[in-house]
Ligand binder design. Sequence first.
Ligand SMILES: [Zn+2]
Length: 273
Amino acid sequence: MPELPEVEMVVRTLRPRLVGQNITAVETSGLALRRPIDLKMLKRACVGARVDAVRRIGKYWLIDLSTEHVLLGHLGMTGRLVFADADAPRAAHTHAVFRLARGDELRYVDPRRFGVLRAYAAADAAQSAELAVLGVDPLERGFTVRYFADSLAASRRDIKAFLMDQSRVAGLGNIYVCEALFRAGIAPTRRSDRVAKKAEALHAAVVTVLKESIENRGTSFSDYVDADGQSGGNQRSLWVYGREDDPCRRCAGRIKRRVQAGRSTFFCPRCQK
Ligand SMILES: [Zn+2]
């Protein structure tokens, strides 16, 4: 499931191929993603538009258009954005197609259809149902130790649930939460207000695991590829995620897996207190 580094890689690979290009037509499969796609709104935003910028907030990618609209999306569990020649056959599960003036297409493919694809007037995007609820993106300037420590101190939830909550820190999911907690030496079940004194170490760990993954072009277990179709290499650098029963790379003890709020949590009981 794509998290911040994977979406960042999608944005970085979309940008050189999309910025300055004109969109001439939009088509959809007619099937709903997490919610139905509003084709009329997509057309209003995109047809005749030039792409001015491609950016990211949390796990959302955003495309700024010259029509003063924003196209935004979430890859859900299995979403991909791919470029293809207009006459190349469409992959199964292609749910939206943006035809580009130079002759190729940007296609949104999503087998499980948990993704999001929406267009908004630029003035309304920040207040949209998707973006209005997001906390601070950990790679943005607003993600200060102070902000993070204050948010931790105000929460009595377990630290894993706190980090997964997009309204606090926007962009982390299961992989990078497990990795950051290992790096900071914090057990995933600790209460957030009780780890507030380790806020600085955890803040640094969050930023480090994300930046390292971006350097490795993201983590690929099954579906994730960037907009050039390339898989990431960060799965080889993970300390705990997906390593149940493997030796800890720091203490040589065994990595454990525990189900927490319905999701697997990987941790080292010796290194994480
Ligand atoms: Zn260990």
